[in-house]
Write a new protein. Structure first.
Length: 507
């Protein structure tokens, strides 16, 4: 089943890269094939299985200008919300029609277990497009009338005025997506940007270009006007063009907090709006009255979910001290059942990390945790018998203090830590003692206490007796260094809008 691409999707056409510019020529050539193409590895084997074009800053600039024309001069700026909803539904249908092939690609390119890839990466993409088209857009108020108000006119006279607040698309949006969910995140960002009426340029990670390029084929099939969605692959230089170009109005980025700060700094030169969904070191709080069997399943699920490469995973488990040992025992009972192996095998529950560089980074952090005094209760090594690919055992740390690196740094691998607490106040203090604030969980039989604790946690998302409740209508985003802005439903659309007050005298 061939997956290679040799062209970029710009202005409604599949085109060759414009080639190197002076800035592009200085790029690191690692990970490229002859002729400047990106080599795409299967992380389960470590072998190249496809290639993709290497976009350049010139390509990114061309894509931005195509999006600018489509917004300023093309038909997209004159579409109604109903029109845009119809396009989103056609895209959802196109994804559904190719779902089997797309799932296979998510597994090959990303290394995610096949059942997880289909259920999380593909189904949530379809659900989001349909939800925005069928429920959010029809009820979204793009203008709000204001009642007459007596105020001072420029002449100094008292005058009654009324008007409307018009909510209009902000313009051209750069959408930069990471390797840990490239298809789903590209679809989600497009759903909100396109629903708002923006035109877009999408840049995937150089590790995972194929899923987003395939999305370009589906955009083409769905009949979007030229320039409304453009897709440019490449490395950091392409991202810099998309965050600094004067014709870009908003940048929506998902990735690490380190890169997020760079994106924000680059966008500041032209005062672009930025929406940043960044890292996490999320805490799950387990009280003594919680269902410990459920809590243990959640601990393991958050260690291995998305191969541990997820910003919203609850990687710190805070457990009430009197049930600490019991929960640890239950987790250790479950970990041997984690099936590490070929993600295309339906029985596998944990696939590889995306690249060997990522595995080496996580292994270094594990060794650092040991050196600081944390104890590995399970895992910590490369699994026996899996000599190919970038696999790593699920790793559980105990005897952890919240000041240790294993409790403070985002591993982005299958690693979890269990930390005891005494009383709700300490639990909240430990949960909030973090640079991040993306997600959290509270596990208890007392709903009133759960709600009270949830209100005190400094996090954009808090779940009661679960790790994450996907709701396409809900806002998703972080506090502190977990990001700026919100994605999801009407909140996601609002990020891509400007508000304009139009007034006139009455009476």
């Amino acid at each position: 089943m061939p997956y290679s691409f040799d062209k970029l999707f710009i202005d409604g056409r599949w085109v060759d890269s414009r080639g190197d510019s002076s800035a592009d020529a200085a790029r690191d050539s690692a990970g490229t094939a002859d002729g400047g193409a990106l080599e795409v590895l299967n992380p389960a084997t470590g072998l190249t299985f496809a290639t993709a074009p290497m976009g350049t800053r010139a390509d990114a600039a061309a894509a931005v200008l195509a999006a600018r024309r489509a917004f300023d001069e093309g038909p997209w700026g004159r579409t109604t919300p109903r029109d845009r909803a119809a396009y989103l539904l056609r895209l959802a249908e196109a994804i559904e029609a190719r779902r089997e092939r797309l799932t296979d690609l998510v597994v090959r390119e990303g290394g995610f277990p096949i059942a997880f890839a289909d259920r999380v990466h593909l189904q949530t993409s379809i659900d989001t497009l349909r939800d925005v088209a069928e429920r959010v857009l029809p009820g979204f108020a793009f203008q709000q009338p204001l009642n007459p108000h007596f105020g001072m006119a420029m002449t100094g006279a008292t005058q009654a005025t009324q008007g409307i607040v018009a909510r209009e698309p902000i313009g051209v949006a750069s959408l930069i997506v990471p390797f840990n969910a490239p298809f789903a995140l590209a679809v989600h960002k497009l759903a909100w940007a396109l629903a708002a009426g923006c035109t877009t340029v999408v840049k995937p990670s150089p590790y995972t270009p194929l899923q987003v390029l395939t999305l370009g084929e589906l955009i083409d099939e769905a009949g979007f006007p030229p320039g409304v969605v453009n897709i440019v692959t490449g490395k950091d230089d392409v991202a810099i063009e998309l965050t600094t170009h004067s014709a870009v109005d908003i940048v929506s980025f998902t990735g690490s907090d380190i890169v997020g700060r760079k994106v924000m700094a680059q966008a500041s030169g032209t005062l672009k709006k930025t929406v940043l969904e960044l890292g996490g070191k999320s805490a799950g709080i387990v009280f003594a009255d919680a269902d410990l069997d459920l809590a243990a399943v959640e601990v393991v699920g958050n260690m291995i979910g998305n191969c541990g490469q997820g910003c919203l995973l609850l990687t710190r488990t805070l457990v009430e001290d009197r049930v600490h040992d019991e929960l640890v025992d239950k987790v250790l009972t479950l970990l041997p059942s984690v099936a590490i192996g070929d993600p295309a095998d339906p029985s596998s529950t944990l696939g590889p990390l995306i690249r060997d560089t990522e595995r080496l980074r996580v292994e270094h952090m594990i060794r650092q945790g040991e050196a600081e005094g944390a104890k590995i209760a399970w895992g910590g090594r490369r699994p026996a018998g899996l000599d190919q690919g970038f696999f790593l055992e699920p790793t559980l740390f105990v005897e952890v203090d919240n000041t240790m690196s294993v409790a403070r740094k985002e591993f982005f691998g299958p690693v979890g830590a269990i930390i005891p607490f005494h009383g709700a106040d300490e639990a909240v203090s430990l949960a909030n003692d973090s640079d991040f604030g993306l997600n959290a969980g509270v596990f208890t039989a007392d709903f009133g206490r759960a709600l009270a604790v949830a209100r005190r946690i400094r996090s954009g998302n808090v779940n009661i007796n679960s790790s994450f409740g996907f709701n396409p209508d809900a806002p998703f985003g972080g506090y502190k260094q977990s990001g700026l802005g919100r994605e999801g439903g009407s909140y996601g659309i609002a990020e891509f809008l400007e508000e304009k007050f139009i007034s006139w005298p009455v009476g």
